[in-house]
Design a protein around this ligand. Structure first.
Ligand code: TYM
Length: 321
């Protein structure tokens, strides 16, 4: 990627945060031979603002768009969140509104306005519908149940939804963007939880005469409470939202960010901190761009020279780019 784009690799790649892929090498080989691809990613609007975990695929997709100078489509699945929500008091219109709100957070990442198409499913379904139908006909109920764990008490909308998330993987779903180019290669950056949708998509693609989309997956950005958790929008004090004020951010980090430091200053100075479990260090390893500075922090914290309050202060003042 460095050779093709002439740009340094993104820290998410250098540090293995994007850690797995399907057919990325094919996308790169096609690009090298002059065939451009398009990027596809998305968001299920379930909260007023995105949290830092959600930002990972968007930050990375924006980097890919800038580095490769390619188009990007962003799907807002207001339909998905309406169908899958257990909260029967929330109306479809509430999810449509959240989609609109979330679009602002996503575009603020810096997508190229000339090359980016962001859409809510309830507005744009019409153009994708022919592909949705073809996908639905090619996947059996048994397959959908095996992939997504649906059971007989789930509403019927859920069973049909995976085809809606699959459809943007095929460029013919966007005639207004791609015109007669109906088989453009597609690369999908997302966290690993979205892979089942695209395993299904890759299964049906050849049956419809389409190319399989390529994928690149990220690990989860952990919750404040600790490693091996996933930052999730449903528990407010585990997540940092892009709408949090500087003061809220500071309080959350100081109060909740799990520390790998010693129980007392003396103990910390004697034994050092444990970067493997320290959330502040973990977050810095996602967002601090400078490799040397990150390594210095790792050494100073592990040796006990840097205290927990100091590593938290470092994180609190860090801008996210
Ligand atoms: P959603 O809204 O749950 O998540 C949006 C994107 O953020 C990723 N993600 C995370 N990444 C790192 N750390 C976390 N803690 C974390 N939590 C969520 C998700 O993998 C996703 O990439 N059904 C999808 C919306 C969608 C989509 C797509 C996503 C529609 N089409 C195409 C990716 C690609 C959803 O509800 O995402």
């Amino acid at each position: 990627m460095e050779r093709l784009t002439g740009r340094p690799l993104h820290p998410f790649l250098r540090r293995g945060i994007f850690f797995s892929h399907r057919d990325l090498h094919e996308i790169l080989a096609l690009y090298e031979s002059g065939t451009k691809f398009y990027l596809y990613t998305g968001r299920g609007p379930s909260s007023d603002a995105l949290h830092l975990g959600h930002m990972i695929p968007f930050l990375f997709t924006q980097y890919l768009q800038e580095a490769f100078q390619v188009p990007c489509v962003i799907q807002l699945t207001d339909d998905e969140k309406f169908l899958f929500s257990k909260d029967n008091n929330k109306k479809l219109e509430d999810y449509q509104r959240l989609g609109w709100e979330n679009a602002k957070d996503i575009l603020a990442v810096g997508f190229d306005v000339e090359r980016t198409f962001i859409f809510r499913n309830t507005d744009y379904i019409h153009s994708m519908y022919p592909n949705i139908l073809k996908i639905q006909k090619a996947v059996t109920y048994n397959q959908a149940k095996a992939i997504f764990g649906f059971d007989d008490s789930d509403n019927i909308g859920k069973h049909g939804f995976p085809a809606v998330q699959a459809a943007p993987s095929f460029s013919s779903s966007f005639p207004q963007l791609f015109g007669s180019q109906s088989n453009l290669p597609c690369l999908i950056p997302c966290a690993i939880d979205q892979d089942p949708y695209f395993r299904m998509t890759r299964d049906v693609a050849p049956k419809l005469g389409y190319r399989k989309p390529a994928l690149i997956h990220s690990k989860f950005f952990p919750a404040l409470q600790g490693e091996n958790t996933k930052m999730s929008a449903s528990v407010a004090n585990t997540a940092i939202y892009v709408s949090d004020t500087a003061k809220q951010l500071k309080t959350k980090v100081n109060k909740y960010a799990f520390s790998g430091g010693g129980a007392t200053i003396e103990e910390h100075q004697k034994h050092g901190g444990n970067c493997d479990i320290d959330i502040s260090y973990k977050y810095l390893s996602f967002f601090l761009q400078d490799d040397q500075e990150l390594e210095r922090i790792r050494q100073d914290y592990s040796s006990g020279k840097m205290l927990t309050g100091e590593i938290k202060a470092k994180l609190i003042q860090l801008p996210i780019k």
